[in-house]
Design a protein around this ligand. Structure first.
Ligand SMILES: N[C@@H](CCC(=O)N[C@@H](CS)C(=O)NCC(=O)O)C(=O)O
Length: 318
């Protein structure tokens, strides 16, 4: 079993809550203020949640204002590790060997799982936030003045917020975490419940994305990226490794068109490291892949035309 502390009596996977959820505010006297160079993002290119924060940093043009370091995609028994390799590097700020050191400095008695993403504050020397939901919103909002060219709130426009949040919750439970529920189930009936719920949700999303270019309607919003990070990993990892194999994303014309549409937008493809993604899952979760073999395929076709222009122009509300 890969995560024994998060296994329910019924054979399900119960994910821990994020531990640090402080907010960066542009207010006098605020403990964490948005300042260029002050915060550093620790990610893994493999992790879908961390990928969302990396995407928002790039989409907003925050690369100069917020530093970023990626960890080795393969975790060892001490968790996420820094090192020298293709697409990952030593910790430039403190020379940490493990990301666990950030958690220990922030809360010496931290007993949970050390996860990415982490937003680190160089000034107070602690983790500000390790929730991708919060980090995405802060990057879009309070960090916007530090960005090259962006408008605050363009990915979370107030008029669409109720719909975005409804979709976020549904997609998180059934899709983002749904694939993990299938993969880490330890009983047949638990796996089957989750796999049918997952594909029922994908079927509904396929219909929705046949009518409109983006999940919340005519404009791209943050929740599009929530779904996208899971679609990107689906055929390469979740289909085989997590046994989510009723269908592939490639079998869904609208979901795969949406995947390619967003992949081909801006410089998004620069955030994609399929080698990290595959190595991470197949080499880290040894209880479900004991020999640690990494499959050679599939050959993902992310560069072919997506034909989504007919549904409306590309872009956010900004
Ligand atoms: N913050 C996310 C979870 C983040 C997360 O679990 N990240 C994984 C990688 S995809 C991780 O860091 N796992 C570390 C571990 O399992 O030891 C959430 O609340 O859903």
């Amino acid at each position: 079993m890969d995560f024994p502390d998060e296994q329910s009596k019924e054979g399900g996977f119960e994910r821990q809550q994020d531990a640090f959820r402080h907010w960066v505010r542009d207010e006098p006297g605020a403990r964490f203020r948005p300042e260029p160079g002050r915060y550093h993002l620790y990610i893994s290119y493999a992790c879908p949640w961390a990928h969302r924060t990396l995407l928002m940093r790039q989409l907003k043009g925050l690369e100069d204002a917020v530093g970023m370091t990626a960890v080795d995609p393969v975790r060892d028994e001490n968790g996420w590790r820094f090192g020298e390799g293709d697409g990952f590097s030593p910790d430039p700020l403190h020379g940490w060997k493990y990301l666990a050191e950030a958690y220990e400095l922030t809360r010496p008695d931290f007993a949970g799982r050390v996860t990415v993403p982490v937003l680190w504050d160089r000034e107070t020397r602690r983790i500000v936030n390790n929730s991708e939901v919060d980090i995405m919103r802060m990057f879009d909002d309070v960090f916007s003045p530090l960005a090259r060219a962006s408008r605050p709130g363009e990915f979370y426009p107030p008029a669409l917020l109720p719909e975005i949040e409804r979709l976020e919750t549904w997609i998180y439970l059934r899709v983002n975490d749904g694939v993990y529920q299938c993969g880490f189930a330890t009983r047949q009936e638990v796996y089957e419940k989750h796999v049918f719920e997952l594909f029922d949700t994908l079927d509904q999303l396929e219909t929705r994305l046949g009518r409109q270019r983006y999940l919340a309607g005519r404009v791209m919003t943050g929740v599009d990226w929530n779904l996208w990070v899971t679609l990107l990993r689906f055929d390469a990892v979740y289909h085989g490794h997590f046994k989510c194999n009723l269908r592939r994303i490639a079998d869904y014309p609208n979901l795969s068109g949406f995947l390619r549409d967003l992949y081909q937008s801006g410089r998004v493809r620069e955030t994609v490291r399929l080698d990290h993604i595959k190595r991470h899952y197949y080499l880290t979760h040894r209880s479900i892949n004991p020999n640690g073999l990494v499959p050679a395929g599939p050959d993902l076709d992310l560069e072919s035309p997506h034909d989504r222009e007919a549904l409306g122009p590309a872009g956010t509300a900004g």
